[in-house]
Write a protein that binds this ligand. Structure first.
Ligand SMILES: Cc1cc2nc3c(=O)[nH]c(=O)nc-3n(C[C@H](O)[C@H](O)[C@H](O)COP(=O)(O)O)c2cc1C
Length: 139
């Protein structure tokens, strides 16, 4: 079963609150653990940025569920590729709160100091997520 990585961004819908993010993380960790999907979810009050990795079939099935979720909209795939190995193997779904996504990181990977995944190439979004993963490792 081939390993793939998928990165997408989306806009947070109005009315989205703390209980919604808790529900998403709980479901993601439970379902992803069961289907051997790993990855990272970044979030601020405007955007989600998520990386999913796993078998092509499992990532595809997870992405289809996510596409149908009405808690976000304008879902745009930034990166999809076959990979040789996982980069988030320790996280069924690691969660990065906005406080970790700092101005220097945004400036390093995009043309703006704000967290705006639509202003990032797929490659930059991937590199930002790797940098954020390292903040989880070192915390
Ligand atoms: C931004 C965002 C990210 C999500 N990430 C995942 C995920 O990684 N895995 C997952 O199973 N569900 C994820 N969900 C939730 C799914 O859309 C869906 O609600 C959930 O998979 C349904 O789970 P259930 O079939 O067990 O009820 C996410 C939803 C949103 C809005």
């Amino acid at each position: 079963m081939y390993l793939v990585r998928l990165i997408y961004t989306s806009e947070v819908c109005e009315g989205f609150g703390p209980s919604d993010i808790e529900d998403i993380i709980e479901k993601a960790q439970k379902n992803n653990h069961a289907s051997n999907v790993t990855g990272l979810l970044c979030f601020n009050s405007s955007y989600f940025l998520q990386c999913l990795e796993g078998s092509r079939q499992a990532v595809n099935a997870t992405y289809h569920k996510i596409l149908n979720d009405n808690r976000h909209r304008n879902i745009i795939m930034l990166n999809y590729c076959e990979i040789y190995e996982r980069e988030f193997e320790n996280w069924s779904m690691g969660y990065i709160p906005y406080s970790k996504i700092t101005t220097p990181l945004n400036l390093k990977y995009s043309g703006t100091s704000e967290f705006d995944p639509l202003a990032m190439s797929g490659g930059s979004a991937h590199k930002l997520m790797m940098a954020l993963r390292d903040t989880l490792v070192n915390q």
